[in-house]
Every structure is written in C-alpha cells, then in structure tokens.
Design a protein around this ligand. Structure first.
Ligand SMILES: Nc1ncnc2c1ncn2[C@@H]1O[C@H](COP(=O)(O)OP(=O)(O)OP(=O)(O)O)[C@@H](O)[C@H]1O
Length: 266
C-alpha cells in the first residue's frame, strides 16, 4: 500500500498509569501505520495493553508520550469541536455493548441520534426507512426493537445494534474491541462478515483488538502482536501466522490448535 493511503500514524505512543511503586506502563513506545481500507488486528494476551492503545487511538485516553498524525496532520483533540470532528470519522465497538449505550434511551432514539450526528435533515418516513435498512443489514427486525430499551435486548442483539449504528454513521475508521465476545460461533462469523462487507462498501479501515490469533488470521491484512505494552512483531497476516519470528507470536499460535490446517473432528 502506498504512503498516499496512510490514514493514522503513531510514533512512540506510551501510556503510564499511576506513580512510583504503583506505576504501570500499559503501552510502551508503540509505532503504527494504518491505511485506508486496511484491516488490522492487534493481538495479545489479557493485560498486554490492547484496549489502552485502542482508547488512545480513539481519543478517549490521553497518551503520556508520543504523537499521532491523522490524514497527514498532527492530531489535535484539545477543543470539544476538534473531538466532535474526529469522532465523526472514527467510531468504536467495545467488548461490553451495554457500556456503550445509554441504557435509558430507547432503540429508535439511539438510531435517530446517528442520523442527527450526520447532520441529515430527513422526513419521519425517511428516518424510519433508514433505521429499518440499518437493522436489516445486521439481520435485526426494527419493528421488534421499536420501543425497547437496550437492557431488554440480548448481548448478541446489542452487538448487532452497534454494527447497525456503524452502518448508519459510515465512519472512516472502526475500532472493534472483541466485537464478537457475546455471541456464539455462528453469529460470530455473521458479525465478522457484516464488518468486512462494510469495509468493502465504504473503504473503512478496521482495527480489531483481540486475543484470538485465529480471528486475526481470518480477517486481517496486517497483524500487530502486542506483549507487555510493546509491539513485538508486525506484518502481513500470512507472514505473521505462517512464518512467525518472535517467540511470543509462536507461543500465541501454538495455543490455537491447527490454525492453518483443516479441523479434524473425527
Ligand atoms: N485506568 C487504569 N488505571 C490503572 N491501570 C490500568 C488502567 N487501565 C488499564 N490498566 C493496566 O494497564 C495494563 C493493560 O491493560 P489493557 O486493558 O490495555 O490490556 P488488554 O490487553 O486490553 O487486556 P484485555 O484483553 O483483558 O482487555 C494492565 O496491566 C491494566 O491493569
């Protein structure tokens, strides 16, 4: 991919929590280059710093050191207006869908807020059709969700609803932090296929945050392996999985049975 397509570039990103003996370096001098339409997975065990890095990219946490460029310019998130503009382009789906929604806002209000965020002026009928279209994209029936509160939905329905929001918002970048943690294997591949379809339709950049090397191999163009806050290996998904160079990558892969051979259920 040419440097022309470079969308987000991070250099020396570091995040330190706490002070003195209680100090934790959650993210340690991380460099990254994410391109338009690229699917990236950041893979590592629990506590390796993936979510902290995702929150920094998202602009929800301030880095202790390093710099991020967005579309070739230093990213500035000082004023509310800067953040609002950035969040029009970059959206996230987090592990726990219940933490992402206002639980006292009905489903239709939640979807309507996406239409407002885009600044669209639509008639009631057009609004209804847009919400219906977004729900059917993720195999949800809008009529069945109408008038319901998020806490009345299952975890899987909530995760689909989050993707429906992304469908409506058309962000340039999506950060998906374990987006299929609440669904069974079958719904899992449906959700992944939905996200890949969005990438194909919108040239969206997707950053998957996961501990699952198999998922990373299945969906990504590029894999970053993260251990104890550092990126220990990065490269095309095929190279990383089929020809891992770092001992930690080899260990992650060996924990997944038969990642690149057919499953033998006999
Ligand atoms: N707000 C915080 N205050 C103090 N320490 C934190 C905070 N958030 C994260 N940490 C610490 O930073 C380290 C990295 O945590 P992080 O949640 O980024 O890891 P992770 O790889 O996303 O883990 P998981 O897969 O379990 O979500 C951990 O040691 C964690 O305890």
């Amino acid at each position: 991919m040419s440097s022309r397509d470079l969308l987000i570039r991070g250099r020396g990103i570091t995040k330190v929590f706490g002070y003195g003996a209680a100090k934790t370096t959650a993210v340690d001098t991380v460099d990254f280059d994410f391109h338009k339409g690229e699917i990236i997975s950041i893979v590592g065990e629990s506590g390796s710093g993936k979510t902290t890095l995702a929150k920094i990219i998202m602009g929800l946490l301030k880095e202790s050191g390093g710099s991020i460029d967005y579309k070739g310019q230093p990213r500035v998130l000082r004023r509310h207006a800067d953040r609002k503009k950035y969040w029009k382009d970059i959206q996230a789906i987090f592990q726990d869908p219940f933490s992402s929604f206002n639980l006292f806002q009905r489903v239709e209000k939640l979807l309507l807020s996406c239409i407002r965020l885009q600044g669209l002026k639509l008639t009631k009928d057009e609004q209804f059709n847009k919400m219906k279209e977004a729900c059917s994209f993720v195999n949800l029936k809008f009529e069945e969700l109408y008038n319901k509160y998020p806490f009345e939905l299952s975890g899987g329905q909530m995760q689909r609803l989050m993707i429906a929001r992304i469908f409506m918002l058309h962000p340039k970048v999506l950060i998906a932090d374990e987006p299929t943690s609440m669904v069974d294997a079958c719904s899992r591949s449906t959700i992944l296929d939905m996200l890949l379809k969005l990438r194909d339709e919108n040239e969206m950049t997707i950053i998957f945050i996961t501990h699952d090397v198999g998922l990373a191999y299945y969906v990504s163009d590029t894999i970053y392996i993260m251990e104890k806050g550092q990126i220990v290996e990065r490269g095309p998904a095929e190279d990383i999985i089929l020809n891992p160079q770092h001992a930690y990558t080899r260990q992650l892969i060996s924990d997944v049975p038969k990642i690149h051979t057919a499953w033998d259920l006999g």
